[in-house]
Design a protein around this ligand. Structure first.
Ligand code: NAD
Ligand code: TYD
Length: 352
């Protein structure tokens, strides 16, 4: 089969990457999707078991900082485009160990940019789409929204590493003319998210009647977007966004952490047949995260006016779908929390 594009998706075994790959392999049989992932603790090939037999899908286990392997992959698969999601993604881990974030998020990104620059013809039809976060803009007070022109002001080692990677991506556009696009998205939620992040962690703890650790007073605000809508935004920007531009992605959906956790408790009491208010008793206020950003809120007006993208569902509906998925997929969350999901690679790929 002659594919019209050979798209290298990095970090495709993670939360957002697996949703994006599912969308791309189904929607574009004319493209070959090469999923490149190191399979860190956050990479789980079970996330893709429904599509891994499709003809236009390939998986390769590679670390993005491995220069020689990246070069070989570009050549072996005639990579025409990159959608780059591979990253260390959890703020609390970045506070514990910033160096892993520098290696993967900064060095790994520059390594991929170099490979694209060296392998792509200047007149070719290529795109390097870098997937980033709104956390690069820092922390908002009670008013205002992040816009694409908001100055970068990262506060955590995670956001500092992502901001640095964004700057390198832009630098490769301005200096070498590499055809890049950047998207900066707000907090995602949905199925297949590693249960260290707020929503799946709370869902799992509610199921098991464990304490629900809310940092500080729970007054910090996050702007939540359903992961499937983020994948559709990446698809839209990849195909219709302008080269050299960045696009904010979000759903105008701000919640304080405490309101969100209470809402989840009420929803799950109903689903689990518990007395109303039972799960709320599990809420435990714990020491605040160091340098905890107060508020994130995205203005996605540029994406809507230029490309016409909008989120497809309301938060309450998306959250209910998410809770249902975790309740129906207890084996997924059990394997992720006991570590046994890591054997899936060996079973599916090493034994072929
Ligand atoms: P995730 O932690 O679920 O997945 C990251 C994936 O990258 C994993 O599969 C992991 O194995 C892989 N990976 C890590 N280091 C690697 C390396 N050195 N080489 C190859 N693969 C490696 O992350 P996610 O939540 O799906 O986020 C994906 C991207 O989207 C990240 O770049 C993140 O910064 C960005 N983002 C995330 C959110 C969010 O709310 N989760 C919001 C906006 C932007
Ligand atoms: P998180 O899901 O880690 O995403 P991010 O820090 O990238 O926004 O956290 C979302 C919010 O929830 C953030 O304000 C920190 C807070 N939080 C808790 O209160 N308790 C927890 O156990 C976790 C993981 C997060």
């Amino acid at each position: 089969m002659n594919y019209s594009r050979n798209i290298l998706v990095t970090g495709g075994a993670g939360f957002i990457g697996s949703h994006l790959i599912r969308l791309l392999v189904n929607k574009y049989p004319q493209y070959r999707i090469i999923n490149l992932d190191k399979l860190t603790y956050a990479g789980n090939l079970r996330n893709l078991e429904d599509i891994e037999q499709m003809e236009n899908y390939v998986f390769v286990k590679v670390d993005i900082i491995d220069k020689d392997r990246i070069k070989a992959i570009f050549q072996e698969y005639a990579v025409s485009d990159v959608i780059h999601l591979a990253a260390e993604s959890h703020v609390d881990r970045s506070i514990e160990d910033p160096m892993e974030f520098v290696k993967t998020n900064v060095l790994g990104t520059v390594n991929l940019l170099q490979a694209a620059k060296e392998n792509w013809n200047k007149d070719g039809n290529h795109i390097f789409h870098h997937v980033s976060t709104d956390e690069v803009y820092g922390s908002l007070g009670a008013e205002g929204y992040f816009e694409e022109v908001t100055p970068y002001d990262p506060r955590s080692p995670y956001s500092a590493s992502k901001a640095s990677s964004d700057h390198f991506v832009m630098a490769f556009y301005h200096t070498y003319g590499l055809p890049i696009k950047i998207s900066n998205c707000s907090n995602n939620y949905g199925s297949h998210q590693f249960p260290e992040k707020l929503i799946p962690l709370m869902i799992n703890n509610i199921v098991h009647k464990k304490p629900l650790p809310v940092y500080g007073k729970g007054e910090n605000i996050r702007d939540w977007l359903w992961v499937v809508d983020h994948a559709s935004a990446i698809d839209a920007i990849f195909h219709e966004g302008r080269i050299g531009e960045s696009y904010n992605v979000g759903g105008l959906n701000e919640w304080t952490n405490i309101d969100l956790v209470r809402h989840l408790c009420r929803l799950m009491d109903k689903k689990l047949g518990r007395a109303d208010g039972e799960s709320e008793e599990l809420i435990t206020f714990v020491t605040d995260r160091s340098g905890h950003d107060l508020r994130y809120a995205i203005d996605a007006g540029k994406l809507e006016s230029e490309i016409g993208w909008k989120p497809s569902i309301q938060f309450e509906e998306g959250l209910e779908k998410t809770v249902d998925w975790y309740l129906e997929n207890e084996s997924w969350i059990k394997q992720v929390t006991d570590g046994s999901y890591r054997g899936y690679y060996i079973q599916m790929y090493d034994n072929r």
